[in-house]
Design a protein around this ligand. Structure first.
Ligand code: BEZ
Length: 398
């Protein structure tokens, strides 16, 4: 990547020089804008249970820019990077630094819904452009939706609703839900409960532990005594690895089917080993999706990082694609805010997950796949819900 960066820096300098000589027909304001770099503020977790997720988003976001010769809207790119540690209490200060001190053109982040909520507030208060490449906090594209806030990932409601429907369609009668007690866990398990109960099932108990606690033992004992027909969980990253191992070690894997939002098994399969084999989850991505865009993306990502792509990488890549579409439409002129936003709203993203569009609330309308773990892959075995849009409850733009 260093080599490519050097090449694009040189190409950028040449392009800028060309613009200066052609200045007679380029408006002054625009010419100045073209010379300056586009500032991107990456606020993501690089330590803690979500560290790998933040790194995958970062690597793939940069890959999307490399695909465009290292530029966005014809301008070189400069990054300000902050490790948010998935720590909501530090989030307002971190986000403010990027927006008011570094004056980034786009704030990009994050993984954790609690941290994302602070970023949404800072973006709203300062009218800053924000693209969320993971965190599913329903409110970001619900009551707190805004013209300057976009998401390239999902709402917590979406994959959960899809899995509740799958279980209800199978006439599964009872379920217990379990998650970390913060926005993502609450919204995910409630989304499952909504469609599962609408389809005739009953959630008999919702169990919790604090984020990012992994002391699962007492909860597994309770699940064993409740004997539901299935268990639905929301866990991700390092916590998901520990959970599937503990669930299998407790002897529950054979007796009570474990299902979840796909984060349970995404980017984690190597570490989970046998404990994840056969698990079914729902998500807007699957490793083996045989689409030209996915095959090309996976090969390029592997080449750049020596890692297999996962859903986090896809969302990071699409955040880059979305910003590129917006900036291309205004030829890099971020002051043309209305046109920039209009282009992002109208974008049809050619994603490794399949094509998707933006809802009125700025959340992806996309297919949710049913996946089953086979070896080191989340294999797509069907489409759980096609073109699922978040209900965007409370959003005045929707
Ligand atoms: C969230 O906090 O919204 C989240 C974290 C990890 C994976 C998915 C969602």
């Amino acid at each position: 990547m260093t080599k490519i960066r050097r090449r694009t820096l040189l190409a950028g300098a040449a392009a800028t020089a060309g613009l200066a000589t052609a200045g007679s027909f380029v408006p002054a304001r625009f010419a100045i804008g073209q010379q300056a770099k586009v500032k991107i503020g990456l606020m993501l977790p690089y330590t803690g249970t979500y560290a790998q997720l933040g790194q995958a988003i970062t690597d793939a976001f940069k890959l999307a820019i490399m695909d465009r010769g290292g530029k966005l809207g014809g301008r070189e790119v400069e990054f300000s990077v902050v490790d948010d540690e998935s720590e909501p209490s530090k989030a307002p200060e971190n986000a403010n630094k990027l927006v008011t001190r570094d004056k980034v053109d786009f704030l990009v982040g994050t993984v954790h819904s609690g941290v994302a909520m602070a970023m949404v507030k800072v973006a709203r208060d300062n009218d800053a452009m924000l693209v969320i490449p993971n965190a599913g906090a329903d409110a970001a594209t619900g009551p707190l939706c805004a013209p300057n806030i976009f998401r390239s990932s999902f709402s917590n409601w979406q994959p959960a609703y899809a899995m509740g429907k799958v279980m209800a369609d199978r006439k599964v009668k009872t379920a217990v839900t379990l998650s970390w007690k913060y926005a993502a866990g609450e919204e995910s398990t409630n989304g499952f409960k909504e469609s599962f109960e609408k389809g005739g099932g009953k959630v008999v108990k919702q169990l919790w532990l604090p984020f990012p606690n992994v002391e699962f033992q007492p909860l597994l004992t309770e699940i064993a005594s409740l004997k539901p027909d299935c268990v639905y969980v929301f866990f991700a990253g390092g916590g998901a690895v520990k959970f599937t191992k503990d669930y299998a070690a407790a002897g529950l894997k054979q007796s009570i089917p474990l299902v979840g939002a796909g984060f349970l098994t995404d980017g984690t399969l190597e570490a989970q080993g046998e404990s994840a084999q056969g698990l079914e989850t729902t998500l807007h991505y699957g490793d083996g999706l045989d689409l030209p865009k996915n095959n090309a993306f996976r090969a390029a990502y592997k080449k750049a990082t020596n890692k297999e792509a996962d859903v986090y990488a896809v969302q990071g890549y699409d955040a880059g694609q979305l910003i590129a579409i917006g900036l291309d439409a205004v030829k890099g002129d971020t002051s043309a805010r209305k046109e920039l936003i209009a282009a992002m709203e109208k974008a049809e993203i050619d994603s490794p997950r399949g094509k998707w569009t933006m809802s009125k609330a700025h959340n992806p309308v996309q297919d949710f796949y049913l996946r089953k773990v086979e070896g080191n892959q989340n294999k797509v075995v069907g489409v759980a819900v096609k073109a699922l849009a978040d209900p965007a409850r409370g959003c005045k733009m929707a």
